[in-house]
Design a protein around this ligand. Structure first.
Ligand code: CA
Length: 230
């Protein structure tokens, strides 16, 4: 199956050029000329790479990557202007994987795309083959599925990441701040009681349904999943 690439770029000429070149290389291409729309598309997932301009209508590229990184690790290559050093630094800080400077040589961009796709594939094979369990519950990091007695439990991405974090750290009490950092990202500005809300969601979908006491509250500190025997 062809890898899909999302181009978020408002300069029609550049977007068209990229589309032609990438399609010619066998990629499937989708385009957006608006930051907000581009972010929505990116969040829907299914892209091997995202090419992201910085100066965009709707939402600028730096804001797009900041929001995208809260829930997605899809590789992002920024398309930056030659003199915009700060954009490059900020973009990389916010989680962009790479950048090319406009005007860029298409061969260089294609090479960078190939590297990122290859890295992602090898990471998926080596890192993500993990199945975590608690009693009759299993969480498969590769397929992003959670089951109880073989029956699928439908979790949102955040709920899944929270559960995974607790199962990876069994018997260790995790503070709300830790959850915020690891699940929402360092730059989350909201209240930490969002963690309590999500724990409630998780219990509603798992503990309450199966009559178990998996996620424990540690008053004043946070939450923990202990070994099932404890
Ligand atoms: Ca632009």
């Amino acid at each position: 199956m062809a890898s899909r690439i999302l181009i978020i770029e408002d300069e029609e000429k550049i977007a068209r050029f990229l589309e032609l070149e990438l399609t010619h290389e066998g990629y499937e291409v989708m385009k957006s000329a608006d930051g907000r729309e581009g972010l929505d598309l990116a969040l829907e997932g299914g892209f091997a790479i995202i090419l992201l301009d910085i100066m965009l209508p709707g939402l600028n590229g730096l804001e797009v990557i900041r929001r995208l990184r809260k829930s997605s690790d899809v590789p992002v290559i920024m398309l930056t202007a030659r003199d915009a050093v700060m954009d490059k630094v900020s973009g990389l800080d916010m989680g962009a994987n790479d950048y090319v400077t406009k005007p860029f040589a298409i061969e260089e961009l294609l090479a960078r795309i190939r590297v990122l796709i290859r890295n992602k594939e090898s990471n998926e094979i080596t890192e993500n083959r993990k199945v975590l369990t608690w009693g009759k519950l299993t969480l498969d990091s590769a397929s992003h599925t959670v089951e109880y007695e073989g029956k699928a439990i439908d979790l949102t991405k955040r709920e899944f990441t929270m559960l995974e974090l607790m199962l990876l750290n069994k018997n260790i009490v995790l503070s709300r701040e830790t959850f915020i950092e690891r699940v929402w990202g360092y730059d989350y500005m909201g209240e930490t009681n969002v963690v309590d809300v999500y724990v409630r969601y998780l219990r509603g979908k798992i503990d309450d349904v199966y009559g178990i006491n998996m996620i424990r509250t540690v008053r004043g500190i946070g939450y923990v999943i202990k070994d099932e025997s404890k």
